[in-house]
Design a binder for this molecule. Sequence first.
Ligand SMILES: NC(=O)c1ccc[n+]([C@@H]2O[C@H](COP(=O)([O-])OP(=O)(O)OC[C@H]3O[C@@H](n4cnc5c(N)ncnc54)[C@H](OP(=O)(O)O)[C@@H]3O)[C@@H](O)[C@H]2O)c1
Length: 245
Amino acid sequence: MLPARYIVTGAARRGGAAIARCLHDSGARVVIHCRAASQPEAAALCASLNQRRSGSAEWWIADLGSDFDAPPFADDVRGIVANASEFTPSTLQRFEATLHRDLSTHLTGHLRLIRHCLPSLRQQQGAIVAVGDIHLHRPNRGYLTYHIAKNALVGAMQALAVELAPDVRVNTVMPGPFDWPSHPNRFNDQEKQRILAAVPLSRQGHFDELGRAVRFLLCEATYTTGTLFPIDGGLSLRMEGDIEA
Ligand SMILES: NC(=O)c1ccc[n+]([C@@H]2O[C@H](COP(=O)([O-])OP(=O)(O)OC[C@H]3O[C@@H](n4cnc5c(N)ncnc54)[C@H](OP(=O)(O)O)[C@@H]3O)[C@@H](O)[C@H]2O)c1
């Protein structure tokens, strides 16, 4: 019998790639989802994984912001990791510029993907893990539509945990600060220091730590559904009161 197959969205690089590698390390087949522009990185990641185990990795291109057909692997999927995300600034003054795109990327695209794969997820007693953000209840200033969209994703996952039980478990990881967002101007040095000063474990997370938390919820936490699982170095303990991160 073939090993279980998992799809990770936004997996060509950074956190998504680490999650896919982590699942692959435990013997799974993985689907590396990305947008067309990231296909070369997805192909390189697949090649390195297939070198270790032939036929264990493939890529799938889709922009979650637009409608897409059922992926070719939809009838054989045990798990989905809803990781793809767009972290760009937005304001009330210009929320129309980003709200639709952010909701599509975080919420609608993932709901469509889950719907396409649902018969297989049910049949295989599968699981879904979404990647949220520990800042959902303490938003960073200047990211209005990102926060709206991530909150919508997390709310949807909790509703689906009820809706899809007992066949499919649905959980969410809530990361704190990991490798800084790829855009060079997202946080200046002062902001980075301020954020790290509030983390009890005094450092950023590494993406392989995110991967292991996702793998735990996806593959091992068989009596857990609907949970929000912080993976934040303890930051959420310090988010009350006057320390903000
Ligand atoms: N980094 C942190 O400190 C941090 C903190 C809190 C939460 N998180 C969450 O942790 C996860 C991993 O973080 P990260 O920093 O690796 O994320 P990231 O670099 O911001 O984004 C992950 C991927 O999402 C994909 N994506 C964006 N829009 C898409 C669309 N419309 N359709 C398909 N794919 C799309 C991109 O894929 P392409 O490459 O194919 O364009 C990108 O590589 C994310 O969910 C993030 O929100 C991260």
